[in-house]
Design a protein around this ligand. Structure first.
Ligand SMILES: Cc1cc2nc3c(=O)[nH]c(=O)nc-3n(C[C@H](O)[C@H](O)[C@H](O)COP(=O)(O)O)c2cc1C
Length: 251
């Protein structure tokens, strides 16, 4: 096991996995550690769905935009905001749950994300590789069907997990000063923005990205190709409907 410090400083996303299985005992150990994460009011308003079954992974794959690692990873973990279980407990104990609203969803989503990230760190410190799946929120309505999630439960992220079958370079990060503000937010001058993003723009992989996508700037790759406004609005509408359907927009 690598120290947490080393894990945090050397980690990178792994999208290809070896054939080596992830045994149940190890996975259980990671989940126990994950569930020690801070949780709002100690309510633990989350659930984690483990997908190991080949057929179930195959069913999930199109809803993760056919990303190969969903089919190929030995384990897929779907982390859900879950007020179903807690509300059921309240009702069984003469308590009226008041969690059918957006704030409660957001609370449960925070809980779920904290568990997810803690599981990931635990996994990476054991030498396992992980990849988050942002597609979870895009296609939450379909993932809800596949995983049979009841009202009060919404998937907020998923992670593929396995022993690394690749050894990618670490990706870049903005310098710390770009993201840190002391005591108050200091808005960026035009020159700050240029300074902070220039190293990213100059990277070989970024330049390749720009050319491959027939764009003029790296920023355009984000705005016009990867995270387009029209897509963001389309998937926002679907997700707002999911919040409604799962009972979080009743107020
Ligand atoms: C919420 C979230 C969603 C992500 N979704 C995807 C995804 O759908 N597919 C993918 O290949 N990587 C995904 N990633 C991984 C990021 O692309 C990756 O973390 C980022 O490029 C930085 O690389 P690194 O983790 O190797 O440092 C996601 C990461 C986060 C935090």
């Amino acid at each position: 096991m690598t120290s947490i410090s080393d894990t945090l400083l050397t980690r990178r996303t792994i999208r290809k996995y070896s054939e080596k299985p992830v045994d149940d005992k190890l996975l259980n150990d990671l989940l126990i550690k994950g569930c020690r994460a801070s949780t709002t009011g100690n309510m633990q308003v989350y659930s984690i769905i483990i997908t190991r079954d080949r057929e179930k992974k195959r069913e999930l794959t199109p809803y993760h935009f056919n990303q190969a690692m969903v089919r190929e990873a030995p384990v897929v973990l779907t982390f859900c905001a879950d007020f179903n279980r807690f509300s059921r407990w309240c009702k069984a104990n003469k308590a009226e749950p008041g969690y059918d609203n957006f704030l409660s969803f957001f609370t449960a989503a925070i809980d779920a994300l904290l568990v997810a990230q803690t599981v990931c760190i635990a996994a990476e410190s054991e030498g396992l590789g992980i990849c988050y799946l942002g597609t979870t929120t895009y296609m939450a309505h379909k993932i809800i069907e596949v995983l049979k999630l009841p009202a009060g439960v919404i998937p907020v992220t998923a992670v593929t997990l396995g022993w690394p079958g690749e050894n990618p370079e670490q990706t870049d990060r903005l310098p710390l000063e770009a993201v840190i503000h002391h005591e108050e937010y200091t808005d960026y001058k035009k020159t700050d923005i240029e300074k902070y993003y220039l190293p990213k723009e100059k990277r070989e992989d970024s330049r390749k990205f720009v050319i491959e996508n027939s764009k003029e700037t790296l920023a355009q790759v984000f705005t016009d190709v990867r995270y387009k406004r029209a897509d963001n609005i389309h998937f926002s509408k679907i997700f707002l409907q999911v919040l409604h359907d799962q009972g979080f927009m009743n107020q």
